[in-house]
Design a protein around this ligand. Structure first.
Ligand code: HDD
Length: 715
């Protein structure tokens, strides 16, 4: 284990989780039975040139194990990256929940967090346009608590019954297995165009939220409304949020596509490297609390997972901080085998009747049985609870626990009645006693029928560049749809969200908005239901714009862990380079040298700097900003290098901060960065005084998205 949390109690908990680790160093090679292996190079043969013998139990064991190395990948969220960390509570939430890890500010709770894309296979690119999974396992003293959320606060569908349809529609088309990790194809939009309840979620996945700059710069959401239960068994509704301390930032779509080619592990690498370098990712856990008696005071239903509670109506209270401080040791054992489940709760947290959540409560155990192969998946080290487990479950494939004694039933007298039920005051889980007096039906509540008002709220809350990106994304996705009737139906949906947006997409994809956009529309009802009775309605949203929904309003005052490329060639100005490196390092950012070749590059005064990358091994899409130091010879060489010019042009196109000092201004003049008038993210600086601070401010802004509108007249 590389980094041990300091707290002693926690060390013990972590030690429990570590007990099955095996380093393989300083040890003899053995079979799985512990027999030392003498020759790992040759199979047992009848003579040097003879046939291999069936007797070779060592080779058979090795190959059998290899043959079974792959387990089924997750049907969704197959592509994932994870890390260990800790959660620290700021203030006791005892008033609303009896969950001990949310009561005691002196406790540190270990966590394991897995981020994922949804649609792609395990080997697909990190930069697909997609929602991101954000699943947190809290190893609490009262058992494991899993908060299995996404980086988007709402979902496509309202009822779990539709989940297989949604996933079949978005996955590669079954006849030709295309496209991989992409929603831009007919089956997805066919389904969406017939499911108006997805309108709100579609706005989010067509926004830049679906293209995070880093997993460390994403928000997380529990999506459903859950319940907190306090010691008096009083219930309070709760929505969970994760707020990244680095802010919420995204890349451009064109950039995402290029990153997929240059480094399809971009997010995985970024998370790994940040943790290795000590720049530990941090999020604050936020809660929105709604008193039980206020359940019906909103214009939407709290049980509808296609709705969020605007922060203007219920503020997010930040109650603790999660820090990821340790990379997994073994991807398969930890990241691949971790088994999350929304039904892994602790006393003090309970469910609501959200029909999507209710279905999830079934699905996750079922999927783990298939994927991990046995009901003993809880015994895999990464899934083990740090709270002791005692019950009468026995046997099954791959059982690890060696239960002693003959009592495996309850009630019993031979085992002294053990293990016995826990009273509520001893932490025994007691389901929230909700009064239900209902007719058994297959139906959707009328309170779920407003599909468009929050989609409109989301669109209206975006800045102008964010709206442009959404329109481009929709134009791209629907432009890839071959069936014209699907494009038309989608325009019908979009026009009910925002007519201006629909008109722009319509112009881009060459299909007119249908005259009667509201029909045909809703397919989320049974065959005997009168369609008119279930058509979407549009509620009046009590909030017209919500600040929290736009990334424009996020944290923009830090460049911690950002990567900046310095373009150099022989003859660069070493003093300027050093000054910039120092200034960026002081702010927690890294300056990486990208040069005309790898190896040692010589400065004007004979100084030597080793290149981190060459123009062959790097690309501007892998960096947050570009700096070009002076030095006449270096600048001349860069000016003649098409890749160097392209590096800057791409950074310009993706609205990044670009800075030159000394003679490098001449190089920038040969690129689009020459269009710097009024562009605060293009800095022609004098070193060492002004350039770093202006540059640092510009990088902190993340991007100058306003450049795109200006660029249209230039590029
Ligand atoms: Fe799910 C995995 C999040 C709806 C069925 N889901 C999975 C993961 C995340 C989510 C983050 C990956 C966990 C990991 O890293 O291992 N899922 C969500 C959210 C949803 C949601 C936020 C809606 C609010 N999911 C949902 C429904 C169903 C499922 C309605 C089925 C009825 N989800 C699964 C699954 C997966 C899964 C098939 C695949 C692998 C796994 O569970 O362990 O059971």
């Amino acid at each position: 284990m590389k980094k041990q949390p300091s707290d002693a109690a926690e060390n013990n908990k972590m030690a429990d989780l570590e007990q099955d680790r095996e380093s393989g160093t300083d040890q003899f090679l053995t079979t799985n039975q512990g027999l030392r292996i003498n020759d790992n190079q040759n199979s047992l043969k009848a003579g040097e040139r003879g046939a291999t013998l069936l007797e070779d139990f060592i080779m058979r064991e090795k190959i059998t194990h290899f043959d079974h190395e792959r387990i089924p990948e997750r049907i969704v969220h197959a592509r994932g990256s994870a890390a260990h960390g800790v959660f620290q509570l700021y203030e006791s939430m005892a008033k609303v929940t009896k969950a001990k890890f949310l009561n005691d500010t002196t406790r540190t709770t270990p966590v394991f967090v897995r981020f994922s894309t949804v649609a792609g296979s395990r080997g697909s690119s990190d930069l697909a346009r997609d929602a991101r999974g954000f699943a947190v396992k809290f190893y609490t003293d009262e058992g494991n608590y899993d908060l299995v959320g996404n980086n988007i606060p709402v979902f496509f569908i309202q009822d779990a019954m539709k989940f297989p349809d949604l996933v079949h529609a978005v996955k590669p088309e079954p006849n030709n297995e295309m496209p991989q990790a992409a929603s831009a194809h007919d089956t997805f939009w066919d389904f969406i165009s017939l499911m108006p309840e997805s309108a709100h979620m579609i706005m989010w996945v067509m926004s830049d939220r679906a293209l995070p700059r880093s997993l460390r710069m994403m928000e997380g959401f529990g999506v459903h409304t859950f319940r907190f239960i306090n010691a008096q068994n009083k219930s309070t509704f709760v929505k969970f949020h994760w707020k990244p301390l680095l802010g919420v930032h995204s890349v451009a779509w064109n950039e995402a596509q290029a990153i997929s080619g240059k480094d399809s592990d971009f997010h995985r690498r970024d998370l790994w490297e940040a943790i290795e370098s000590g720049a530990f990712p941090e999020w604050e856990l936020g809660v929105q609390l709604v008193a039980e008696e206020d359940e019906h005071k909103f214009e939407f239903d709290l049980l509808d997972p296609t709705k969020l509670i605007p922060e203007e109506l219920v503020p997010v209270q930040r109650i603790g901080k999660m820090t990821l401080n340790r990379n997994p040791d073994n991807f398969f054992a930890e990241t691949e085998q971790v088994a999350f489940h929304p039904g892994h709760v602790v006393s003090g947290i309970d469910f609501t009747n959200d029909p999507l959540l209710q279905g999830r409560l079934f699905s996750y155990t079922d999927t783990q049985l298939k994927r991990l192969g046995s009901p003993n998946f809880h015994e895999i080290p990464i899934n083990r609870s740090v709270a002791p487990v005692h019950n009468n479950q026995r046997d099954a494939q791959m059982r690890q626990t060696i239960n002693t004694g003959k009592v495996a039933y309850e009630p019993n007298s031979l085992g002294g009645g053990c293990p016995f039920q826990a009273k509520m005051e001893d932490g025994g889980f007691h389901s929230h006693e909700e009064r239900i007096d209902a007719t058994k039906v297959r139906a959707r509540s009328k309170s779920f029928h407003d599909h468009f008002s929050q989609a409109t709220l989301f669109f209206n809350s975006q800045s102008a560049p964010e709206k442009d990106h959404m329109i481009s994304a929709l134009s791209f996705e629907l432009g890839k749809v071959e069936t014209i009737a699907i494009r038309e139906r989608m325009l019908g949906i979009l026009s009910q969200i925002d007519k201006g947006m629909a008109a722009k997409v319509s112009a881009a994809i060459g299909v007119a908005v249908p005259a009667k956009p509201e029909e045909p529309i809703n397919h989320s009802f049974g065959a005997d239901t009168d369609p008119k009775s279930v058509q979407p309605v549009k509620a009046k949203s009590s909030v017209e714009r919500s600040k929290a929904l736009s990334m424009e309003n996020t944290v923009k005052n830090t460049i911690k862990s950002r990567k900046i490329a310095a373009l150099i060639s022989d003859g660069f100005d070493a003093k300027q380079l050093e000054a910039m490196k120092k200034a960026l390092k002081a702010e927690g950012a890294q300056l990486k040298i990208v040069a005309t070749r790898l190896g040692s590059i010589t400065g004007e005064g004979g100084e030597a700097v080793v290149a981190d990358f060459s123009f062959l091994t790097a690309a501007s899409v892998l960096f947050d900003a570009v700096y070009v130091p002076g030095g006449a010879k270096s600048v001349e060489a860069l000016s003649l290098e098409a890749d160097a010019c392209q590096f800057v042009n791409e950074a310009y196109k993706h609205c990044k901060a670009i800075c030159s000092t000394g003679e490098a201004v001449e190089f920038l003049k040969k690129t689009f960065a020459a269009n710097s008038e009024g562009d605060k993210a293009i800095i022609f600086g004098k070193m060492p005084v002004e350039a770093p601070s202006d540059f640092i401010r510009a990088i902190g802004e993340h991007r100058n998205w306003g450049r795109e509108a200006a660029r249209k007249s230039v590029v």
